[in-house]
Design a binder for this molecule. Sequence first.
Ligand code: SAH
Ligand code: SF4
Ligand code: F3S
Length: 430
Amino acid sequence: MKEKKQYYLHTFGCQMNAHDSEKMAGILKGEGYERAGNPEEADLIIYNTCSIRQKAEQKFYSHLGRVNVIKRKRPDIKIVVAGCIAQQEGKNLFNGRPYLDALIGPRNISKLSSLLDSPFPVTALEENNIFESNKIAVERNGRVKALINIMYGCNNYCSYCIVPYTRGREKSRSLNKILSEATALAEDGYKEVTLLGQNVNSYRGECSFPELLKHLDKIPGLERIRFITSHPKDFNDELIDAVTETGKVCEHIHLPLQSGSSRILNLMNRKYTYSEYLDKVNRLCKSIPHLSITTDIITGFPSETSDDHQATVKALKEIEFDGIFAFKYSPRPNTAASAMNTQVDEDIKSERLAEILAVQDVITEAKNKELQGKTVELLIEESGGSVCIGRTRTNKIVTISSYKKPLIEGTVLNAEITRSLKHSLEGSVL
Ligand code: SAH
Ligand code: SF4
Ligand code: F3S
């Protein structure tokens, strides 16, 4: 019998969720819990869920059978569903699942302790409750890179997207809280921070987003600053200037395009055309040498024709992204696009996705090849045993195959790219 209470926490979805899990882990540590290696050993099981696509939801639901078995053997354990599925489904999740004890939405993470003290079943799903991570020790996943919320929620209502319904209205964190969190992280030895928001360009704390970057750039000890995600509609020259004027903001931008067809972009409620997007990309590349740009693409959005799809293929070839995340469109409850009566066949979505991925593969491979023989700045992220992994400022992972002295996590150094493979790079430390 273990002395301390044990918790098992499984996280699905994006970095917002990963960071929410770090906060829940911090709360549980404060309550005297220890992390368990598997759910069978735990007194408390938490699933931090994602509902961005049906596949993400299914991953969570497929875990429930096992949980039900565990609970039958040990009825005293508690099972909590957190995150976007909890918020989206609410109390309906309890129907037919008597083994679930509590639901906690993304805006109510701070209530985890009081929730666990309440009689079950219980929920914390109210609007406008936002967790302030400065108040609590966040139990972070690594010692080199850290995530910081700069804003919560989303007001954009892209017609396919569930996030505005699960994460609520946009709310910016105050500048002081962000700066003091980043300063404390730097003092703790963290070298890199990633600023999190669904649409970081619309940050409205006591300053604008570009000003926030300039403030963070001055924090001693920090080496790198990243941010996700930028919405193309709000991406402006002031931000381009901030990236060029600051030393620590990395030369990588994730700028989700979604589609190369302006007709589809309009139906998606993205509020930019393809030519406006292209114009911003051109300005970015002109101002920031060696910039890497990555994107998200959705295939088979309602009414997408073969011509619309080819417009996306053409966009990939024209822009030559460093990397993409591409997904089949997945209808989400209550969203405008799910009600459109022009849904595309699953087979066609798959065919188009395969073509998009194949086109991008060739581009990624060629881009990686260009790096062969070049010297890049790496932040060492892992140096366990014989494997040593670094990351370029442009967000590319490099496996270090030869080095003279042992490499220490958190060190910034120069390396030569010795080999480029389809999906990875190898380097040697000079
Ligand atoms: N806030 C970010 C994106 C968050 S979701 C932004 O606006 O850029 C991450 C990605 O998931 C999106 O960029 C989109 O490409 C994809 N996505 C969101 N909803 C989807 C859906 N219903 N079907 C398929 N992909 C979806
Ligand atoms: Fe979803 Fe659009 Fe908001 Fe991104 S900006 S989270 S895609 S609604
Ligand atoms: Fe993130 Fe998934 Fe929610 S992508 S915001 S955890 S729906």
